[in-house]
Structures are given as C-alpha cells and as structure tokens.
Design a protein. Structure first.
Lengths: 781, 475
C-alpha cells in the first residue's frame, strides 16, 4: 500500500474549521501552564535572580552569606554549585553563572527560598563588588569599534559593478530599525523535581524541549536519558522560548538536585523583559540600481544585526535575513554582506519570521522610498519586479509557484477595490489639509524549512488501544498556534476516525526524543508528516486484518469516520473499534513510531547557496490609514489580507494565525519600541512602558482570506506552514503611513519614515513633507 | 492575626495569615484557582481580571471586573469574587465562554480567562442595550475590553464573540444575583509582622487613624499603590484603606459647583454624570481601561500627584478645586495651587482628599487631547484639557490644563492670557499656540522626545481651534 503525503481522502477531519483543542479549557481557566503546577507540589522552593546593575562589569567578589540570614532563604545557587558545564547555550558563550556581567540585568546568582518574596529579599541582601567596564550599547558604536561576533556571510549573484553600470537610476541610503519584545503573556517558567524513579523531571515553558533537556543534562553532568522535559503548553512563544528557557530550566533543575525539593522558577514581567532576548534590531546601508522601466538591476547592501551579548541564534537569523532581502522580487545582481554586532544588551534571539522580516523590510523600504523618485506608484514598482516562473533567488533556489505572486496580488487588488479607493483617497486628501489617508499594498514571499537542514525531521508516537481510542504524541509544542489541533485532525483523517476518538498527550522528551524546536513555522509540516507516517503504518496492518474479514484486497479497505468498509460497499461496514479488537486478538501491533524528514533540502552556509526551503509561502496585504496632521496619530481604517496556506488543515486556526501575525507585525511597525538608556538599562521594561497592540490597533475593517485552490504537493494533506509569514503582511501598514505622511507635501519626494512609526515618528515625517511644500496650511479642514 | 472571610465562586473561603500586601491574584493562585493569571502585575494586561459584587444605587448588585493583581486582600473582607472558573466549566460553558471558544477567541489561552471575565462584566451590565452609539449591535461596549491584552489573535475573533452575545436568560444565576444586595464594605484591622492594615468604617475613624499615623499609606482604588507593591516591592508599615467610606462617595450638584467624592471609582462617576460634563464624558474612555476605572478614583489620581496623571489636565481646564479634610476641619484648594513639586502637594499630614469641586456653570466648549503611542490604555506623553467660553467672538474665559510637560501638572497661562479678551480667530490662536508650545520643561524619555512634547502643546490648541471651527460650534 502506498501512502500519498499530500492527497486527502474524500472524508476526514482535515480542512474542518474546528476550535482549538483546548478552547474549553482556555475559556474556563482550566488550561494548565507550567507555573500553575507548583501549587500541586509539597515543599516547593521559589527561585529569584540577583540581576547586575551594570551593562558590562567584572565581578570582583560576591558575599552570599547575608542572604542566608533572611528568614525563609534556603540556599543561594552560584557557579561553585555547577557539577557539569557552566553554560546555558549551544555556542558555549552563555555561562549560566557569569564572571563577567555582559548586560544590564544579567543574573549573577539565584536565591532559593520558601516564598518568592523571601527569595527576593535574599537576593537584595547579597553583596557583590563589581568593576565596571566600558559598554557598547548601539549598533553604530559596535560598527565603529568593529565589535562583531560569529560569521560574516556574503550573499552574491552576478556582478553588482556591472549591474550599476547597466542601471539607469541609482540610489543609496541607510535604514536602521529596532527590535521587538515577544511579550508572550506567560513569562518564562520552569518547575523541576526529582521524580519517584529518581530521574530529573522538568516542566518548562519551552519551544524546544529536547534542547532544554540537553542543556540541563550538561549543566548537571547527566546524560540526556536521565532528564525528562515536559511542556504542557505555553502562553505564547513567538520564538522567544526557542533558546531562552534552557538556562532557567537548568536553574530549577540545579536547585532541585541540590536541595532534594521541587523548585519553581518564574520570571516576573520585568525580569523577563530585562533578561531575555528579543527580535534583532538591524542597520542597513544600501545602494540600488533600477533600469528605465523601474526594474531592479542591482542591490548592494550591508546588514548589521544587533546580536546582543552572546551569539544565541544570531547566525541563522542573519542567514534568513539574507535569504529574504529579495522578498518577492527578482534582482539580477546582488551582493549583500551580513554581520552580527556584539553589544552589551540582552542576547537577541528568534522571533516570528527569524530575520526574514528584517531582510524584507530593507527591500520594501527601498521600494517605498524610491518609487516617487522613479515617477512610479509604489504598488506598480513592486508588481514590475515580481519573480516570474523559472527565475531563481540570489541563493540559487528556483522560485516554485512564482505565478502565485501575481494571482495573490491581482485577486487582492480586485477584492479590496484598490484602484477605486486610490482615487477616493486622492479626492479626500485634496479636500482635507489636516487629515490625510494613505493606501498601500505589499507582498510576502517566505521560505519554509529550517535553514539548518538537520532540523527538518520529526517524530511521533501513535497508540491505538484495544477499545479503538487513539493517543498521539509528537515532538512539537503547543504555544497557541493550534499545532495540537491540527495534529489531532491529521491523525483522525489518517486513521479514518472522528476527532473525538483522538487524544493528544503533552509533549515530553521521554515519548519522542531528539526533536527539533517548534519553530520556523514548520511544526505542522514536520510533525504532521510524522504522525501521518505512524498512522499509515497502523492502518496498513489494520487493513490486512480487515481485508480478511471483509473479503477484499487490503488496498480496497476504506477507513472513514470510525467505520471500515470495502471499497464501493459502505453498507458492509464494521466499527473501527471492532476491527481493532479483532486485530489485537490476531496479535497485530497497534502502535507505531512515525518519522518524517523533509526531502530535497541542501544548504551551504559558507557559500550562502543552495535550496534551503521546501517551498515558499505567498501573501499580500492592502492597508489604508488615516493620519492626523496635528499630532501624527493615526487609525488603520481597513486591512485586506490574502494569504497562501496551501489547502488549510484547519481554517479557523489558520485565519487566526494570519490575523494575529498581521497585528503583531503591525505592533512592531508602528508601536512597539525598545528603549535603552545611556547606562544600558532597558527603560521599557514593563507593560506600562512597552506597549503592544490593544483593541485600538485592530483595523476598523478587517478582511482576511486564504488563497483558494492552493494545494502544496510536498506537504501533509496539501497544506502549507502559516506561523511566521503573515507577520510580514504588516509591512503594508508602514507603507500606507508613508503614503499618508507624504501626502502632506509635494509629490516626487522620497518619504522617509522611522520604524516603529509611532505617532511621533509619523508627525516628524509629515512635518518634513509639509516643510517641503513650504506652505502654511490655512484653509479649513 | 485575623482570618478574612470572603466568597469565591459562590463558596465561602477563610483566608488566614493574610498580609497587608497580599494581592487577590496571589491568594487565588495559592488556593489552586490558577485560571487567574499574572501577565504584568501592574494592571496593564487584564490576565488576572475577576468579577467583584458591588452595590448599585437602588440596592442591587453590579458585577464589575477588576485586576486581581492590584486588589489587596484586606479590602475583601465579606466580599464576593467570581473568577473564570466560577462562570462555567468544560462541558457547561457560560455564554461568554462558549462564544470565545467557538469563534477562535483563544489561541495560547493565557489571556483568555481575563478576557472572559471582562466580557462577562459587560454581558451583565444592566445598561447594555442594542442600538447604543459606539457599541456593537448588541450594545456591547468594546471599551470594556480595553484593559485586556492578547498577543495571539489580533482581537478580531474576540470582538466577534463579544458582539455575538445575547441577553442573559432566565436561568442565569448571576443575572439573578444582580437583584440581590451586594455585600457591604467591612471594616477590618490586620495586625501582622509585615505591618498594619486598617479599613475603617467611618471617615471620622479614618481621620483618627491618620492623625495617629501621619505617614500611613492611604489606599483608595489601589491602582497606583498595587503597582508600587508588585513592581517596586514597596511596603508600608501602616495602610489605611479609605475605599469603602461612604463620606467619600458622594456626587452632588449645587448652584455653584459639582462635588465629586474622592473615593468614587471613575466608572461610577462616568455612569452617574452621563453627558452632563462633556469634557469628562470625552475624557473617561481615554483614562486607562475599564478594568482600572472600575477601581481608580479621582482622590487617588490627584493624591499621587503624578505629573502624567490624566485627571489634572481636565480638572485644571474645569478650574476645579480640591476639598481636603482633617481632624480640624476641611478646606478647599484650587487645583492650580494644589501641586507644589514632583509628586508633592499642599495636603498636610493628617489630611485626606475628600472631594473635587467643579465650578458651575461649565465653559460651553471643551476639548481633551491625549498624546500617547497607543490609542487605548496608554500613559500620556502629553495631555491637554481646554475649556473655552466666548462672548461673541471674544474670548471671555479660557483654561488650559497641561500634563507631561513639567514636574507637576500646570496651566497654560501664557496662552490663556494672550487670548483672553482677544478675538478667537486663526491668527490669534496661532500666536497663542506658539506661547503654549513654550510652556513647561518637557523631557526626552521612552514615551516621547522633548521636541515632540513641545510641538504637541502648540498643535493641540490648533487642533482644538480647527475642530471647533469645522463642527460649526464656533465661527
């Protein structure tokens, strides 16, 4: 029996718009998260960090004795307690207990106490002597000082010198933009204890349980087999819990090992903001050439990311930025150099899009700025440069389904009534001196798969019990993205049973080992492939049994909705549970381990060449904004999104990902601003100072659709990944704001706009536009 | 040490060992009611929202949502609290929970119990009525959710859930509950190793306590003190909670003034005033969030004397006075003379703020301008209140209140003086706006640059002028 990965049976749960598998638990407050579990344990200890008040300093001495005098304090964890390797990262540049403070708020030791309050008082009592050292706090300073870390890859195609010779128009510029805090509602948390079998058991809010397990094992000098990590679910991850949780889990594990008591570690919001990494800020310097028709001929750029104090995931983030600087556009001659600045700030890390958005922003900013100089409307300039079938990216990957760009673009222009609204906006702007509207459309082309080829594998464990009930387990983690819901749908479809027959057990490393991070939008592609593989194995064995009972060839046994019947004779059905019961008595294996590896990938990270992606996700967004000329304040009047998720596994989930990604991206584009003061202290270290989108940032009219007839033949049940790509649809918000700001001045100008485009940034942009027109507006609005 | 008694989700709870700084959020979680989540511990995210039963003016009960992270346990003696767990259960969902679940209103689910609670409060709001302006088709005021943050959904499915809600049916026990009286505020005294917590029964008792403990922390809605306790780990040896005092909860109209009790939650003022003070009606929805306004008071907002508090600019524009009361009697101080320095006021030890008085008649034309990054629930970088009275086209009276541009809230006196007695026209307003732009000593910080703050002072007066002109209110 052969099993097609992408073909769907005529009946099955995939494609049904069902609610999140935990929705009833969420809404009743019964859904449990890591820190909800502590109250169930006896003798719980609470961990609290002592955070250094310097951006860069040497620790000269540390006296922990006063902490032990504080009532309730049980122990202080320091470097001397580490039985294994004093390191919490995978690059061996992140000591769990540092000798040298590398950023303001770096944890230098941890206090364990009977209550969190006592632990905090204990931390306050510890005496540390620091020798402050010079700190580098900005990308500009790092560039000036030549302070880089990691490799410095160069993406190259063609000959940019030749390209610039051929170009009719050449422009140069710089663009620097800030990072973004994940602000998952659930802060980092871990809970460790030595369980009844003597193993170290850790509950962790982690996107990468296997790596958490490995880091804990190496800190404690244990083997991976002696450590189990479980992640029930996360209250949001967005990439922020791909690497950051490991050290925190190690602290809880170390405390539990040394005291024999369960240890709870939960960062409060300020600790999470000041201690964990964020989206990488980038600086770019660029030179671009266009031909007389506005087509891109050459792009030369240097991208400098702010990696913070340690390498973390900065190298792959940079690689993905390089692989997305083309976005949807064919550029014949390309030379882009990448480098990672080392600064005394939090170690910047994965965040939804993983460098892709940063690369894309550079080219979209270039096009938005240059369009008026080329005498073209921005949307026309973008369309003219789209990839055509048969063209390849600068890193050598053919752009499969490039025609979908045109389809998405044209469908959205039509459905959003783009052209008519452009004229309406022109009329509105002419009539309103103090209020202007802007309309923009931007595309997204996003590569799916981990650039790091080895990560593109997954495992699953599927059990069918004698009563016909099904228990599935896979290596992916649930952080709200609906992965578990999709996996239940995949299993139900593959086994031909209703979704209610399938239960999904929490992710843990002793069920499915050696898992990859749930990241790169790949969770459903990889784990879905593994679950389907396991289910197919079981179904094949069951089909053999059923063939005997039903008197047909095994290939002609159909599994649907909990019934099994011979092809063409649904009336001769038997219950799935009955078949399972019979199969057991015939000594049939009713469980299977599934495995999936994405075929056809290769990547040379030194040469920055290869085919790192299985396929591309496409999308586009139209956004209309209205800007107040007095204050720069604005509203999103309408957004229309069209996104390619292949054939959706779960439309309610996918629409939620598209909308949520867009609003999160819009937060970064417009609102979310990380502000470090001159001491290197994060000034926006709470919810009252770091603002994320609220109801007021939702577009007033919000039309979201999934591209139809979009089967992806390389992926489970014809679907595509969805987690990251929609975030970049929000670039349309910034481009619409650019249009509106420019409308306060004369045409033909390159309108610059800071990112984030806060009301203040928009005010200065429109003020510049007004200055350019030189006219004081006096007419009535 | 005293044992508190309160009702949670209909069940009686005894809370021994409660300390003066124990929050409802932490206490609930210690009881295993972990549906109540900590997202920020400063009243910004709403993940800890719970319902509390409060009295209506006609002796019934109103179910209001508050941030449990900012509620100190000492204020809950004898009170009733409902959490998301108390609204429904898996398999027996509350209508709010059902709509949220089936419409994709939860993704990671961490903010969800808080949203459910805020939505339930609005679901049970007696005044909710289809056809109300600025509300959903079912009368749902989306501002009820402005204090809840979600990082996953982008809010659209949550709004859909809110707008899909019908009216509570006859079997709804919480809807029934609204007809019964709410628990009365209970006096309490907690004496613990961590300090004293008093909740006196009368104003006279409060003033006695304050007289004995002049450095005591006065607690009203707790939306500022709760943040200090949680984020900066502030601890007070003596706390006096005045939130339940009837003497601070009046709302009186006389011929000369409107007097608003310093201890009235802003939501209640908003409800009781309706549109009668247009400047306040415009201002309320821009003050923090419904979750905060359900607790926060004018007394607290003025007493903390923050230069970026949002009430001073409007109250300065309304030329309000502050009524201070001590054991020796009460006095009224003009708000423009109330603030003496950064977080300092003329309030003497032993005094508390009893009420705010707004002189009548009100200026006919007013405006409030809040400059912030986010439109809902943000802290102002600059806030400007304007109240104008014209005689023909001559400016008879102009009051401009400013926040965020100096160590204290201030009046825009240069612009006021420049325009008073002058013709209200674009030329004069532009000249005055320039002067307004030079008021105060704005700073650069994470919210805005000094240059933007100064520009916004100038621009808001122009915006006020052009908006009024366009609306035909003024010519």
């Amino acid at each position: 029996m052969t099993h097609s990965l992408f073909e769907r049976p005529p009946v099955g749960a995939v494609g049904d718009a069902i609610a999140h598998e935990s929705a009833e638990l969420h809404v009743t407050g019964h859904a449990l998260y890591t820190d909800d579990l502590g109250v169930r344990l006896q003798n719980l200890l609470h961990a609290w960090p002592l955070q250094a008040p310097h951006a860069h300093a040497r620790i000269l001495s540390m006296n922990t004795a006063p902490a032990l005098a504080v009532p309730g304090v049980v122990r202080v964890l320091t470097k001397a307690d580490v039985p294994g390797v004093n390191d919490s990262g995978v690059k061996h540049d992140e000591p769990l207990f540092p000798d040298e403070v590398m950023f303001y708020g770096h944890a230098v030791c941890w206090v364990l106490a009977e209550s969190a309050d006592a632990a905090r008082r204990g931390a306050d009592a510890i005496e540390v002597e620091y020798e402050p050292l010079p700190a580098i706090l900005t990308v500009q300073d790092a560039i000036a000082a030549g302070r880089f870390q990691g490799s410095q890859p160069v993406l190259r195609r063609g000959d940019v010198a030749l390209g610039f010779e051929e170009a009719r128009h050449i422009f140069e510029g710089e663009f620097e933009f800030g990072g973004q805090e994940h602000f998952y509602l659930e802060t980092n948390a871990a809970l460790a204890h030595i369980d009844e079998s003597g193993q170290l058991f850790i509950q962790s809010s982690t996107q990468h349980p296997t790596e958490t397990q490995e880091i804990v094992a190496h800190v404690l000098g244990l083997t991976s087999s002696q450590v189990t990590v479980q992640c029930l679910r996360m209250g949001g991850g967005f990439g922020g819990k791909e690497m950051q949780p490991h050290g925190f889990a190690a602290i809880a594990a170390l405390g539990a090992t040394l005291t024999g008591r369960p240890v709870r570690m939960r960062l409060n919001r300020t600790q999470d903001l000041t201690m964990t990494g964020k989206r990488h800020p980038f600086h770019s310097k660029w030179k671009v050439g266009f031909d007389e028709g506005g087509r891109l001929v050459a792009l030369q750029a240097t991208l400098s990311s702010d990696g913070g104090w340690s390498l973390d995931l900065s190298e792959p983030v940079l690689a993905r930025a390089l692989c997305h600087i083309d976005n949807a556009y064919f550029i014949p001659h390309v030379e882009v150099q990448g480098r990672i600045c080392k600064t005394n700030k939090t170690s910047q890390t994965a965040f939804r899009g993983f460098g892709g958005p940063q690369g894309m922003l550079v080219i979209e900013d270039i096009l938005g700025r240059c369009a008026p100089l080329l005498g073209l409307e921005a949307h026309e300039l973008r369309r003219r440069n789209f990839y055509a079938s048969g063209e390849a990216t600068p890193y050598g990957q053919p752009v499969r389904h490039a025609e979908r760009l045109q389809t998405v673009w044209q469908t959205l222009l039509d459905s959003s009534d783009f052209v008519a609204r452009q004229s309406e906006i022109q009329a509105f702007n002419a009539a309103h001196p103090h209020t202007k509207r802007g309309l923009a459309i931007t595309p997204v082309k996003f590569g799916i798969s981990f650039n790091f080829t080895a990560y593109n594998q997954a495992g699953a464990l599927v059990h069918v019990y004698k009563d016909g009930s099904v228990l599935i387990n896979h290596g992916g983690t649930e952080m709200g993205q609906g992965l578990h819901t999709k996996m239940i749908q995949v299993a139900a479809t593959a086994l031909g049973v209703p979704v209610k027959c399938v239960r999904l057990a929490p992710t843990r490393t002793d069920k499915v080992p050696n898992t990859s991070a749930t990241a790169a939008s790949s969770g459903a592609d990889l784990n879905g492939g593994a679950i389907k593989n396991a289910c197919d194995q079981i179904k094949e064995r069951l089909a053999a049994v059923a063939a005997g009972t039903l008197g047909v060839h095994p290939n002609d046994v159909r599994f649907e909705n909990g019934k099994v019947y011979p092809l063409g004779h649904p009336d001769q059905d038997m219950d799935f549970a009955k078949l399972v019961h019979d199969a057991y008595h015939l000594r049939t294996q009713l469980w299977a381990a599934g495995f999936y590896r994405t075929p056809g990938l290769h990547w040379d990270r030194e040469a920055v060449q290869g085919e790192p992606f299985k396929y591309f996700s496409y999308g586009a967004a139209v956004c209309e904004v209205e800007v107040d000329g007095f204050t720069g304040a604005y509203r999103q009047l309408r957004a229309d999104l069209l996104h390619d998720v292949g054939d959706s596994l779960s439309p309610l989930i996918d629409i939620g990902q598209v909308e949520g990604g867009f609003v999160q991206g819009a937060g970064w584009m417009t609102l979310e601003e990380l502000h470090w003061d001159k001491f290197g202290r994060l000034a926006t270290q709470s919810a009252s100072t770091y603002k994320l989108p609220s109801f007021s940032e939702m577009p007033e009219v919000f039309n979201v659709a999934l591209l139809e007839q979009a089967t992806e033949s390389g992926v489970v049940y014809g679907s595509k990944a969805v987690g990251e790509p929609p975030l970049m649809l929000a670039i349309s918000v910034r481009e619409a704001l650019r249009q509106a700001a420019a409308a306060f001045g004369p045409g033909g100008r390159a309108q610059e706009l800071r990112l984030p485009a806060t009301p203040e940034a928009v005010y200065w942009a429109l003020d510049t536009a007004r200055q350019a027109s030189g006219a004081l507006v006096t007419a009535d609005d | 040490m005293q044992t508190l008694k309160l009702t949670v989700n209909g069940k009686p709870f005894h809370a021994p060992d409660v300390r003066p700084h124990t929050t409802l959020l932490n206490w609930l979680r210690d009881q295993g009611l972990t549906g109540c989540k900590e997202g920020c511990a400063e009243g910004e995210c709403g993940a800890c929202a719970v319902l509390v039963a409060r009295s209506t003016e006609d002796g019934g009960t109103r179910l209001e949502s508050v941030n449990a992270c900012l509620v100190l346990m000492g204020t809950l003696e004898g009170q009733e609290v409902i959490t998301a767990e108390g609204l429904g259960e898996p398999g027996a969902l509350h209508p709010v929970q059902f709509e949220m679940a089936v419409r994709g209103g939860s993704q990671c689910g961490y903010c969800t119990p808080g949203f459910v609670v805020s939505m339930a409060a609005e679901y049970y709001r007696p005044e909710r009525e289809a056809g109300t302006a600025h509300c959903g088709p079912n009368g749902f005021d989306i501002h009820a959710l402005s204090g809840n943050l979600c990082r996953c959904t982008g809010y659209r499915p949550i709004q859909d859930a809110a707008y899909a809600l019908g009216a509570p049916d006859d079997s709804d026990v919480l809807a029934e509950r609204r007809a019964q009286p709410a628990p009365a505020p209970q006096a309490i005294h907690l004496h613990t190793l961590d300090g004293e917590f008093h909740r006196p029964a009368t104003l006279a008792e409060a003033l006695d306590l304050l007289d004995t403990n002049p450095a005591a922390k006065l607690l009203a809605g707790g939306t500022d003190w709760g943040v200090e306790v949680n984020i900066r780990h502030a601890r007070a040896p003596v706390t006096i909670a005045v939130d339940g005092l009837a003497e601070l909860r009046g709302l009186t109209w006389t011929n000369e003034y409107l007097e608003i009790g310093a201890g009235l939650p802003l939501t209640e003022i908003e409800r009781r005033l309706g549109d009668r003070v247009p400047l306040l009606a415009e201002w309320f929805p821009q003050f923090a969030s419904r979750l905060i306004r359900n607790s926060a008071t004018l007394g607290g907002n003025l007493g903390t004397a923050s230069p970026i508090g949002d009430s001073p600019p409007v109250l300065l524009a309304l030329d309000a006075g502050v009524v201070l009361i001590g054991k020796t009697g009460e006095r009224e101080v003009k708000l423009s003379e109330f603030f003496t320095g950064y977080r300092q006021t003329v309030r003497q030890p032993g005094e508390l703020i009893k009420a705010v008085r707004i002189p009548l008649p009100l200026a006919p034309t007013t405006g409030f301008f809040k400059i912030a990054k986010r439109r809902f629930d943000d802290i102002s970088s600059v806030a400007v209140g304007v109240a104008l009275e014209l005689d023909g086209d001559i400016v008879k009276r102009l009051h401009i209140g400013l926040g965020g541009v100096a160590a204290t809230p201030i009046r825009g006196t240069q612009a006021e003086e420049a325009l008073t007695g002058q013709v209200w026209n674009e030329k004069n307003v532009r000249a005055a706006a320039k002067l307004l732009g030079s008021e105060g000593t704005p700073l650069d910080d994470h919210r805005a640059t000094a240059a933007y703050r100064a520009a916004m002072l100038e621009q808001t007066l122009l915006k006020f002028y052009f908006e009024q002109t366009r609306q035909g209110v003024l010519v």
